[in-house]
Design a binder for this molecule. Structure first.
Ligand SMILES: Nc1nc2c(ncn2[C@@H]2O[C@H](COP(=O)(O)OP(=O)(O)OP(=O)(O)O)[C@@H](O)[C@H]2O)c(=O)[nH]1
Length: 310
């Protein structure tokens, strides 16, 4: 499934954030270049939508959209924000785009302030659309970005000016991002696009197992998202093990109890049932980590539905 392991190979998730029109999509396309298969916009079953994959001899960059970032947070409840932040903290690098032809403003600060709370991810600032401004203006812009970092306590690992349209500094940005990823094998097959039918099936098997016997109590209230699925490193070819981390989302607090059961007994059963079926499907042993989270009234919230892959 994954490319052969290679010493020093890096792989991981990069998310471009920034206010609307900041140049995120154009930059994604520029990074992905012709080597890449750009994925469709349709929601995936993982919480992050994969936009594209950059395949390099030494690294694999998976460019993802993280939910909620482009939308006003006021519409999201506390718990949803937790979810959003949980997703943010799953990416390795958050790269914030600041268009050079516009001043750094409150909209940027708002996103940057949110980002500052995520400790795990490395933060990078990208000054986009540099072809539209003079060198003097660009210099000023870079200083403003630096200042926002200082103001909000964000340590920009890099501040990189790029022009996606002119193709300027795109390779440099790719190099810098690749260097910031953790060491690890490629997560997607070479040249592959992003859709992972296995993950869809795995999520379905878990959902089925969770609904067994409690269908009436949990009509359609369960959604399952496979957060991570990867072969365990360093195993013999005939003893492969797939690590799967999945989240079961329920709509109401009371449903959490039903899914988890007394002292976790039901969740354990669900895990066992699903694990055997997934092992059959994948042809490897399976380590399955299941979590239950509340996504309040997700069925009534189009944004959540999209996030959960519906
Ligand atoms: N001149 C120039 N224009 C650019 C560059 N990058 C993006 N643009 C333009 O800026 C506009 C917005 O770019 P997008 O990539 O769609 O921005 P976005 O951040 O994805 O926007 P949302 O999808 O609204 O969040 C488009 O008209 C792009 O053509 C650049 O490097 N130079």
């Amino acid at each position: 499934m994954t490319a052969p392991e290679q010493a020093g190979f890096r792989s991981g998730f990069v998310s471009f954030v920034g206010r609307p029109n900041a140049g995120k999509s154009t930059l994604t396309n520029a990074l992905v270049g012709q080597k890449i298969v750009i994925t469709s916009d349709k929601p995936q079953t993982t919480r992050s939508v994969v936009r594209g994959i950059v395949h390099r001899p030494d690294a694999q960059l998976i460019l993802v959209d993280t939910p909620g970032l482009h939308r006003p947070r006021t519409l999201l409840g506390e718990r949803l924000n937790d979810l959003v932040h949980a997703t943010w903290s799953e990416v390795d690098v958050i790269a914030m785009c600041f268009p050079a032809n516009e001043r750094v403003g409150p909209g940027d600060r708002h996103i940057a302030a949110d980002m500052a709370k995520i400790s795990r991810a490395t933060k990078v600032a990208v000054a986009t659309k540099t072809d539209l401004v003079s060198p003097e203006r660009l210099a000023r812009h870079l200083m403003d970005i630096q200042a926002v970092g200082v103001e909000l306590g964000i340590e920009w690992k890099e501040i990189v000016p790029v022009s996606s349209v002119g193709g300027s500094q795109i390779d440099l940005l790719t190099d810098l991002l690749a260097d910031l990823l953790p060491e690890g094998p490629a997560l997607y097959p070479d040249g592959d696009l992003t859709d992972s039918p296995d993950e869809v099936l795995v999520a379905e098997l878990i959902r089925e197992a969770a609904l067994e016997g409690v269908r009436d109590e949990l009509p359609h209230s369960i959604a399952v998202v496979v957060e991570e699925m990867a072969l365990r490193e360093g195993r013999d070819a005939d003893k492969q093990l797939t690590d799967i981390h999945a989240t079961l989302f329920v709509e109401r607090d009371s449903q959490k109890g039903i899914v988890i059961g007394h002292k976790g007994s039901r969740l354990k059963e669900v895990g066992q049932t699903a694990r055997l079926q997934i092992a059959d499907l994948l042809g490897t042993a399976v380590y399955l980590d299941l979590r239950v989270k509340l996504a309040k009234d997700w069925q009534r919230d189009p944004r959540q539905l999209r996030r959960l892959g519906f």
